[in-house]
Design a protein around this ligand. Structure first.
Ligand code: ZN
Length: 322
Protein backbone atom coordinates (compact mmCIF):
# COMPACT_ATOMS: atom_id res chain seq x y z
CA UNK A 1 0.00 0.00 0.00
CA UNK A 2 2.75 2.35 1.01
CA UNK A 3 4.58 1.82 -2.23
CA UNK A 4 1.42 2.44 -4.22
CA UNK A 5 0.85 5.70 -2.46
CA UNK A 6 4.35 6.61 -3.27
CA UNK A 7 3.87 5.80 -6.95
CA UNK A 8 0.56 7.58 -7.03
CA UNK A 9 2.12 10.72 -5.62
CA UNK A 10 5.01 10.59 -8.01
CA UNK A 11 2.71 10.15 -10.98
CA UNK A 12 0.63 13.08 -9.80
CA UNK A 13 3.72 15.17 -9.25
CA UNK A 14 4.88 14.28 -12.71
CA UNK A 15 1.66 15.40 -14.29
CA UNK A 16 1.00 18.59 -12.50
CA UNK A 17 4.29 20.07 -11.38
CA UNK A 18 6.41 19.49 -14.40
CA UNK A 19 8.60 22.59 -14.23
CA UNK A 20 9.20 25.13 -11.50
CA UNK A 21 6.06 24.93 -9.41
CA UNK A 22 3.32 27.27 -10.54
CA UNK A 23 4.13 29.50 -7.59
CA UNK A 24 7.81 29.84 -8.55
CA UNK A 25 7.02 30.54 -12.21
CA UNK A 26 4.62 33.31 -11.22
CA UNK A 27 7.10 34.83 -8.80
CA UNK A 28 9.93 34.74 -11.37
CA UNK A 29 7.90 36.47 -14.12
CA UNK A 30 6.59 39.09 -11.70
CA UNK A 31 10.02 40.00 -10.35
CA UNK A 32 11.53 40.22 -13.85
CA UNK A 33 9.41 43.35 -14.41
CA UNK A 34 11.49 45.24 -11.84
CA UNK A 35 14.73 44.72 -13.81
CA UNK A 36 13.43 46.86 -16.70
CA UNK A 37 14.52 50.40 -17.61
CA UNK A 38 12.15 53.39 -17.10
CA UNK A 39 11.01 53.35 -20.76
CA UNK A 40 9.68 49.80 -20.37
CA UNK A 41 8.69 49.40 -16.75
CA UNK A 42 5.48 51.46 -16.90
CA UNK A 43 3.88 49.21 -19.51
CA UNK A 44 5.05 46.01 -17.81
CA UNK A 45 3.94 47.19 -14.36
CA UNK A 46 0.52 48.13 -15.70
CA UNK A 47 0.20 44.52 -16.87
CA UNK A 48 2.00 42.79 -14.03
CA UNK A 49 -1.00 40.71 -12.94
CA UNK A 50 -1.34 39.26 -16.42
CA UNK A 51 2.41 38.54 -16.71
CA UNK A 52 2.30 36.80 -13.34
CA UNK A 53 -0.77 34.68 -14.07
CA UNK A 54 0.24 33.85 -17.64
CA UNK A 55 3.65 32.61 -16.43
CA UNK A 56 2.22 29.09 -16.39
CA UNK A 57 0.27 29.18 -19.68
CA UNK A 58 3.06 27.36 -21.51
CA UNK A 59 2.74 24.42 -19.09
CA UNK A 60 -1.03 24.37 -19.48
CA UNK A 61 -0.60 24.03 -23.24
CA UNK A 62 1.68 21.00 -22.91
CA UNK A 63 -1.12 18.47 -23.18
CA UNK A 64 -3.13 20.34 -25.80
CA UNK A 65 -0.59 21.58 -28.33
CA UNK A 66 1.52 19.20 -30.41
CA UNK A 67 5.20 20.19 -30.24
CA UNK A 68 4.71 22.15 -27.01
CA UNK A 69 6.30 19.65 -24.61
CA UNK A 70 9.83 19.59 -26.15
CA UNK A 71 10.07 23.37 -25.84
CA UNK A 72 10.48 23.02 -22.07
CA UNK A 73 13.65 20.91 -21.94
CA UNK A 74 16.67 19.48 -23.72
CA UNK A 75 18.01 16.01 -22.89
CA UNK A 76 21.47 17.14 -23.88
CA UNK A 77 23.28 14.11 -22.43
CA UNK A 78 21.40 11.86 -24.83
CA UNK A 79 23.78 13.11 -27.52
CA UNK A 80 26.93 12.09 -25.59
CA UNK A 81 29.05 13.29 -22.69
CA UNK A 82 30.42 16.41 -24.32
CA UNK A 83 27.27 17.26 -26.28
CA UNK A 84 26.72 20.32 -24.14
CA UNK A 85 29.77 21.81 -25.90
CA UNK A 86 29.55 20.15 -29.32
CA UNK A 87 25.83 20.51 -30.10
CA UNK A 88 25.40 23.08 -32.92
CA UNK A 89 24.20 26.32 -31.39
CA UNK A 90 21.98 27.27 -34.35
CA UNK A 91 18.85 25.35 -35.29
CA UNK A 92 19.66 24.96 -38.97
CA UNK A 93 23.01 23.33 -38.28
CA UNK A 94 21.60 21.19 -35.50
CA UNK A 95 18.88 19.91 -37.88
CA UNK A 96 21.52 19.13 -40.50
CA UNK A 97 23.46 17.09 -37.98
CA UNK A 98 20.66 15.24 -36.16
CA UNK A 99 17.40 15.77 -38.06
CA UNK A 100 14.33 17.57 -36.82
CA UNK A 101 12.53 14.49 -35.47
CA UNK A 102 15.43 13.50 -33.22
CA UNK A 103 15.84 17.02 -31.89
CA UNK A 104 12.14 17.28 -31.15
CA UNK A 105 12.20 13.91 -29.40
CA UNK A 106 14.91 15.10 -26.98
CA UNK A 107 13.87 18.71 -26.55
CA UNK A 108 14.40 22.02 -28.31
CA UNK A 109 14.50 24.46 -25.39
CA UNK A 110 17.67 26.48 -26.24
CA UNK A 111 16.63 27.04 -29.85
CA UNK A 112 13.07 27.82 -28.89
CA UNK A 113 14.32 30.61 -26.63
CA UNK A 114 15.76 32.25 -29.72
CA UNK A 115 12.52 31.76 -31.68
CA UNK A 116 10.67 33.43 -28.81
CA UNK A 117 13.13 36.32 -28.76
CA UNK A 118 12.47 36.96 -32.47
CA UNK A 119 8.71 36.72 -32.01
CA UNK A 120 8.84 39.19 -29.15
CA UNK A 121 11.05 41.57 -31.13
CA UNK A 122 8.52 41.41 -33.98
CA UNK A 123 5.64 42.08 -31.59
CA UNK A 124 7.51 45.20 -30.43
CA UNK A 125 8.09 46.22 -34.05
CA UNK A 126 4.38 45.87 -34.79
CA UNK A 127 3.51 47.49 -31.44
CA UNK A 128 0.93 44.86 -30.61
CA UNK A 129 0.44 45.07 -26.83
CA UNK A 130 -1.52 41.81 -26.51
CA UNK A 131 1.15 39.86 -28.30
CA UNK A 132 4.02 41.62 -26.48
CA UNK A 133 2.47 40.49 -23.21
CA UNK A 134 1.66 36.91 -24.10
CA UNK A 135 5.11 36.39 -25.66
CA UNK A 136 6.85 38.04 -22.71
CA UNK A 137 4.99 35.73 -20.33
CA UNK A 138 5.84 32.61 -22.37
CA UNK A 139 9.46 33.59 -22.90
CA UNK A 140 9.69 34.08 -19.13
CA UNK A 141 8.39 30.58 -18.60
CA UNK A 142 10.86 28.92 -20.97
CA UNK A 143 13.80 30.90 -19.57
CA UNK A 144 12.88 29.81 -16.05
CA UNK A 145 12.71 26.18 -17.21
CA UNK A 146 16.18 26.59 -18.74
CA UNK A 147 17.53 27.23 -15.24
CA UNK A 148 16.35 23.87 -13.85
CA UNK A 149 19.18 21.30 -14.08
CA UNK A 150 16.70 18.42 -14.43
CA UNK A 151 15.34 20.07 -17.60
CA UNK A 152 18.69 19.40 -19.30
CA UNK A 153 18.98 15.63 -18.93
CA UNK A 154 17.51 12.31 -20.00
CA UNK A 155 17.52 11.40 -16.33
CA UNK A 156 14.95 14.17 -15.79
CA UNK A 157 13.21 12.54 -12.86
CA UNK A 158 16.12 10.55 -11.45
CA UNK A 159 14.49 7.48 -13.01
CA UNK A 160 17.82 6.17 -14.34
CA UNK A 161 19.50 6.38 -10.93
CA UNK A 162 16.73 5.22 -8.58
CA UNK A 163 15.83 8.77 -7.54
CA UNK A 164 12.30 9.02 -8.91
CA UNK A 165 10.49 12.11 -7.74
CA UNK A 166 13.54 14.38 -7.58
CA UNK A 167 12.25 16.58 -10.41
CA UNK A 168 9.21 17.97 -8.60
CA UNK A 169 11.14 17.87 -5.33
CA UNK A 170 13.86 20.20 -6.59
CA UNK A 171 11.75 22.62 -8.59
CA UNK A 172 8.41 22.67 -6.76
CA UNK A 173 8.74 21.44 -3.20
CA UNK A 174 11.96 23.30 -2.36
CA UNK A 175 10.83 26.73 -3.63
CA UNK A 176 7.44 26.14 -2.00
CA UNK A 177 9.12 25.57 1.37
CA UNK A 178 12.05 27.98 1.22
CA UNK A 179 11.63 30.74 -1.37
CA UNK A 180 10.09 32.99 1.30
CA UNK A 181 13.63 33.39 2.68
CA UNK A 182 15.31 34.27 -0.62
CA UNK A 183 16.72 37.64 -1.54
CA UNK A 184 15.57 38.30 -5.08
CA UNK A 185 17.46 41.48 -5.84
CA UNK A 186 19.13 41.01 -9.23
CA UNK A 187 19.78 44.54 -10.51
CA UNK A 188 19.01 45.90 -13.96
CA UNK A 189 18.45 44.07 -17.22
CA UNK A 190 21.36 44.15 -19.65
CA UNK A 191 21.59 43.95 -23.43
CA UNK A 192 22.47 40.59 -25.00
CA UNK A 193 24.67 40.72 -28.09
CA UNK A 194 23.50 37.32 -29.25
CA UNK A 195 20.32 35.88 -27.69
CA UNK A 196 20.90 32.43 -29.23
CA UNK A 197 24.36 32.10 -27.69
CA UNK A 198 23.08 33.60 -24.45
CA UNK A 199 20.43 30.87 -24.33
CA UNK A 200 23.10 28.21 -24.74
CA UNK A 201 25.25 29.77 -22.03
CA UNK A 202 22.29 29.41 -19.66
CA UNK A 203 21.87 25.75 -20.60
CA UNK A 204 25.62 25.10 -20.12
CA UNK A 205 25.61 26.67 -16.66
CA UNK A 206 22.40 24.90 -15.65
CA UNK A 207 23.62 21.52 -16.87
CA UNK A 208 26.88 21.92 -14.93
CA UNK A 209 24.79 21.82 -11.73
CA UNK A 210 23.23 18.46 -12.51
CA UNK A 211 25.82 16.17 -10.85
CA UNK A 212 25.41 18.04 -7.57
CA UNK A 213 21.58 17.87 -7.75
CA UNK A 214 21.76 14.08 -7.99
CA UNK A 215 24.78 13.30 -5.79
CA UNK A 216 23.61 15.30 -2.81
CA UNK A 217 20.21 13.60 -2.87
CA UNK A 218 21.78 10.15 -3.16
CA UNK A 219 24.11 10.74 -0.20
CA UNK A 220 21.38 12.14 2.01
CA UNK A 221 19.04 9.27 1.18
CA UNK A 222 21.61 6.85 2.65
CA UNK A 223 21.67 8.78 5.93
CA UNK A 224 17.94 9.42 6.23
CA UNK A 225 16.47 5.96 5.60
CA UNK A 226 12.79 5.91 6.60
CA UNK A 227 12.82 9.58 7.58
CA UNK A 228 13.18 10.64 3.96
CA UNK A 229 9.40 10.75 3.50
CA UNK A 230 6.43 11.84 5.57
CA UNK A 231 2.68 12.18 5.02
CA UNK A 232 0.80 15.42 4.50
CA UNK A 233 -2.87 16.15 4.23
CA UNK A 234 -3.89 18.08 1.15
CA UNK A 235 -7.60 18.74 1.22
CA UNK A 236 -9.07 15.30 1.86
CA UNK A 237 -6.07 13.46 0.47
CA UNK A 238 -3.13 12.12 2.38
CA UNK A 239 -0.03 12.23 0.24
CA UNK A 240 3.47 10.94 0.71
CA UNK A 241 5.98 13.77 0.41
CA UNK A 242 9.66 14.34 1.05
CA UNK A 243 9.79 15.11 4.79
CA UNK A 244 10.46 18.61 6.04
CA UNK A 245 13.66 17.39 7.64
CA UNK A 246 14.94 15.79 4.44
CA UNK A 247 13.90 18.82 2.38
CA UNK A 248 15.76 21.13 4.73
CA UNK A 249 18.90 19.00 4.70
CA UNK A 250 18.84 18.75 0.90
CA UNK A 251 18.20 22.44 0.49
CA UNK A 252 21.14 23.26 2.77
CA UNK A 253 23.45 20.81 1.07
CA UNK A 254 22.68 22.46 -2.27
CA UNK A 255 24.23 25.63 -0.84
CA UNK A 256 21.84 28.19 -2.25
CA UNK A 257 21.45 26.58 -5.67
CA UNK A 258 17.68 26.96 -5.92
CA UNK A 259 17.83 30.61 -4.91
CA UNK A 260 20.67 31.25 -7.32
CA UNK A 261 18.76 29.63 -10.18
CA UNK A 262 15.56 31.53 -9.44
CA UNK A 263 17.53 34.77 -9.38
CA UNK A 264 19.35 33.92 -12.59
CA UNK A 265 15.96 33.21 -14.21
CA UNK A 266 14.64 36.64 -13.21
CA UNK A 267 17.72 38.38 -14.57
CA UNK A 268 17.69 36.40 -17.83
CA UNK A 269 14.03 37.23 -18.44
CA UNK A 270 14.73 40.94 -17.96
CA UNK A 271 17.71 40.67 -20.33
CA UNK A 272 15.70 38.95 -23.08
CA UNK A 273 12.70 41.31 -22.82
CA UNK A 274 15.01 44.32 -22.83
CA UNK A 275 17.08 43.07 -25.79
CA UNK A 276 13.98 42.35 -27.88
CA UNK A 277 12.74 45.88 -27.21
CA UNK A 278 16.11 47.50 -28.03
CA UNK A 279 16.43 45.47 -31.24
CA UNK A 280 12.97 46.62 -32.27
CA UNK A 281 14.23 50.22 -32.10
CA UNK A 282 12.95 50.99 -28.59
CA UNK A 283 9.30 51.65 -29.44
CA UNK A 284 7.32 53.92 -27.14
CA UNK A 285 5.53 51.57 -24.75
CA UNK A 286 3.85 54.27 -22.67
CA UNK A 287 1.45 54.88 -25.52
CA UNK A 288 0.40 51.21 -25.36
CA UNK A 289 -0.72 51.29 -21.74
CA UNK A 290 -4.15 52.69 -22.47
CA UNK A 291 -4.44 52.46 -26.24
CA UNK A 292 -5.06 49.19 -28.06
CA UNK A 293 -4.56 49.23 -31.83
CA UNK A 294 -7.44 47.99 -33.97
CA UNK A 295 -7.19 44.72 -35.87
CA UNK A 296 -6.91 46.64 -39.19
CA UNK A 297 -4.00 48.66 -37.86
CA UNK A 298 -2.25 45.50 -36.73
CA UNK A 299 -2.81 43.76 -40.07
CA UNK A 300 -1.28 46.74 -41.84
CA UNK A 301 1.73 46.86 -39.51
CA UNK A 302 2.32 43.12 -39.83
CA UNK A 303 2.26 43.51 -43.60
CA UNK A 304 4.82 46.29 -43.40
CA UNK A 305 7.02 44.18 -41.16
CA UNK A 306 6.95 41.25 -43.58
CA UNK A 307 7.80 43.57 -46.48
CA UNK A 308 10.68 45.05 -44.53
CA UNK A 309 12.02 41.59 -43.71
CA UNK A 310 11.81 40.49 -47.34
CA UNK A 311 13.62 43.60 -48.42
CA UNK A 312 16.39 42.98 -45.92
CA UNK A 313 16.70 39.39 -47.11
CA UNK A 314 17.04 40.56 -50.71
CA UNK A 315 19.71 43.09 -49.75
CA UNK A 316 21.62 40.39 -47.89
CA UNK A 317 21.41 37.97 -50.81
CA UNK A 318 22.62 40.69 -53.10
CA UNK A 319 25.55 41.46 -50.80
CA UNK A 320 26.48 37.81 -50.69
CA UNK A 321 26.60 37.73 -54.49
CA UNK A 322 29.17 40.50 -54.42
ZN1 ZN B 1 7.67 24.34 -18.39
Amino acid sequence: MNRCWHCFFLVLAGLFFWSWGFHAHRQINRLAVFTLPPEMIGFYKANISYLTEAAVNADRRRFAVVDEAPRHYIDIDHFGDSAIFTMPRYWKEAVEKYGEDTLKAYGVLPWHLNVMYYRLRDAFLVKDPTRILSLSADLGHYLADAHVPLHTTENYNGQLTGQEGIHAFWESRLPELFSGEYDFFVGKASYLDNPQLAAWKIIEETHALLPKVLEVERDLTKNFGERKYSFETRGRQTVKVYSQEFSKAYHEALEGMVEQQMKASIKAIGDFWYTAWVDAGQPDLKSLIKYKPTEEELVQRRKELEEWKEQRLRVREHEEEI
